[in-house]
Design a binder for this molecule. Structure first.
Ligand SMILES: NC(=O)C1=CN([C@@H]2O[C@H](COP(=O)(O)OP(=O)(O)OC[C@H]3O[C@@H](n4cnc5c(N)ncnc54)[C@H](OP(=O)(O)O)[C@@H]3O)[C@@H](O)[C@H]2O)[C@@H](O)CC1
Ligand SMILES: Nc1ncnc2c1ncn2[C@@H]1O[C@H](COP(=O)(O)OP(=O)(O)O)[C@@H](O)[C@H]1O
Ligand SMILES: [K+]
Length: 510
């Protein structure tokens, strides 16, 4: 399913108009679709319906819905929240509505009357702001928000609850909380982002006459990951095969202070079907790996004074790179002069697809241009803070502009970006964008990212394209997290439980 930002939505709108629809017709469909849904929820005849109406086209949608609900016998009160100077489309629909028996509470009506109308409403339609909103709710809206949020009415938000920026999911603390959000033509990022999702109630998509094929063709659309898409990206297995057919993954990482990361990524890679994993790590780390995993093989590397892989291991690493079909570097690696040099060496001389995670990325951060030296595709898997180090942008900017930041980095350095967060975003060098909606707060624990890196690297080693490996990996990892949370709760689940859940999720997907 395609998700459209506010600007992409405008493109969809203009394409629809070029093809013969009109802005007025689109608004009519949005308002009528809303009224139909409300009539499916409740018999409104003789009941109180309050419409909180803004100045823009979101308000216009509310006025159209009010007209249809008035025809169904509802007692309508329109409350002008932001004044009466409406957009041209909204104004035309206000003119139509004025011909009906409808109460209008003018902007200068006493606050008590407006609050009373909200309190006694059976259905409350939030048509103050839609895709045009950003920033903070104005005072005029805030003074009604509390009454709206405490109202016993069925609360229906048009497009997005007012107070939410539909592109970033940023929500004003006084956002009008909806029981239902009816959104038009396509979901917007706020309907998926975990910051705003809980404020939307039940989200329903209303067809306003823009064909799905046109929505799918919008170049700036963001694809929401689904089980079906992920399943299609998992490499196939043949009965007549041997371990050599499923790839050889070289997992370079670990230091004496961090032994668990490389264990988690190796285990998760093995659970996802790779034929062989070789762990290239300092000797003391390999002892820990050996006590946890029976099935992988080892390449013991010399240890530097700080307990990391020493640069003296570079020749051995070059030999191992010749053996592998894909690589993973960074889990528990640590950042020091030796590892920085090693990471640059691996990027510039490994001729196979490579996943760079965690400290591998921190080693790259000083000079991301080294990514351009890669001889084969690279996937980077930064969390927001690591992306901040890579780009020099603040965490806040990255969170608020996650699609642009991921897409621009992917394009600039020719890598596939897996920007991890409560909603992970995938961006390719061709500006394709994906977002993940599943997963839970139980994944917000040290080690979860190592599990994901192993999953993606495993698919890559088996021959999946970088995009397919990222799509399958991100979805499967979050789904395994959801399964682990069901058994253990988000509090108690551990990254190792996520690995234990992988087989069951694979069984469902395949
Ligand atoms: N796209 C489509 O296909 C279709 C779209 N449709 C509908 O149109 C909606 C989009 O309409 P829209 O563009 O008129 O914007 P909308 O959300 O009504 O608000 C704009 C107003 O809010 C203001 N404003 C913003 N932030 C503010 C703040 N912090 N504090 C105060 N004011 C603030 C902003 O002011 P400005 O920034 O311009 O000064 C402007 O006056 C969309 O969500 C859907 O419901 C449907 O009809 C079907 C077809
Ligand atoms: N609240 C959340 N909801 C869903 N997924 C989450 C949440 N918090 C973290 N995750 C996921 O968990 C993983 C955490 O990765 P990371 O922060 O790199 O962990 P570590 O480096 O400790 O292994 C990422 O895949 C991220 O998408
Ligand atoms: K709204």
């Amino acid at each position: 399913m395609k998700i459209l930002t506010s600007s992409a939505m405008k493109i969809a709108e203009s394409i629809a108009v070029e093809k013969g629809s009109s802005y007025m017709e689109l608004m009519e469909q949005a308002g009528k679709g809303t009224a139909d849904r409300i009539l499916g929820l409740a018999d409104v005849s003789g009941r109180q319906v309050a419409v909180l109406c803004g100045k823009g086209n979101n308000g216009g949608d509310g006025l159209v819905a009010a007209r249809y609900l008035a025809e169904a016998g509802a007692e309508i009160t329109v409350i002008f929240v932001m004044g009466r100077e409406l957009s041209a489309l909204a104004r035309a629909n206000l003119y139509e509505l004025e011909k009906r028996r409808v109460h209008f509470l003018e902007p200068d009506a006493p606050l008590t009357r407006r609050l009373e109308a909200i309190r006694k409403s059976d259905v409350l339609i939030d048509a103050v702001f839609g895709t045009g909103f950003s920033g903070e709710l104005p005072a005029a809206c805030k003074e009604l928000a509390e009454a709206a949020n405490n109202s016993r009415a069925i609360k229906v938000a048009l497009d997005v609850p007012s107070g939410i920026d539909c592109d970033t999911g940023l929500a004003d603390k006084d956002t009008l909380r909806a029981d239902y959000t009816y959104t038009f033509a396509a979901l917007k990022p706020a309907h998926v982002l975990k910051a705003s999702l809980p404020l939307c109630g039940k989200i329903e998509l209303i067809d306003i006459g823009i064909p799905a094929a046109d929505i799918a063709a919008i170049p700036d659309g963001i694809t929401l990951l689904s089980a079906e898409t992920a399943a299609g990206c998992i490499p196939k297995r043949q009965e007549d095969s041997n371990k050599g057919d499923y790839g050889k993954l070289l997992n370079v990482g670990g230091c004496v202070h961090m032994t668990g990361a490389v264990i988690l990524s190796t285990l998760s890679a093995m659970r996802c079907g790779v034929g062989l994993v070789k762990v290239a790590a300092p000797q003391p780390v390999l002892s820990a790996v050996a006590s946890h995993i029976l099935e992988c093989i080892y390449s013991p590397l010399p240890v530097s004074e700080s307990g990391s892989i020493s640069i003296d291991g570079v020749e051995q690493l070059r030999t191992e790179m010749g053996w592998a079909t894909a690589g993973l570097i960074g889990c528990g690696l640590s950042v020091c002069d030796d590892t920085r040099l090693l990471v640059e060496e691996v990027i510039s001389s490994f001729g196979r697809p490579l996943v760079i995670d965690a400290d591998g990325l921190n080693c790259v951060a000083e000079n991301p241009a080294m990514l351009r030296k890669a001889l084969a595709p690279v996937i980077i898997t930064p969390h927001i803070k690591e992306m901040s180090r890579l780009t020099g942008l603040s965490v806040e900017i990255i969170k608020n502009r996650r699609f642009d930041v991921a897409a621009q980095f992917a394009e600039k350095y020719g890598v596939t970006v897996v920007l991890k967060d409560s909603n992970t975003v995938i961006a390719t060098p061709k500006r394709e964008l994906f977002i993940n909606g599943n997963g839970n707060s139980g994944l917000a624990k040290g080690g979860s990212g190592d599990v994901l890196a192993g999953v993606i690297a495993s698919f890559l080693a088996q021959g999946a394209s970088p995009l397919a490996a990222a799509v399958a990996g991100v979805f499967l990892h979050a789904e395994a997290g959801d399964m682990a949370a069901q058994t253990f709760t988000p509090y108690a689940m551990l990254p190792s439980d996520v690995i234990e859940s992988i087989p069951f999720v694979l069984k469902q997907l395949l």
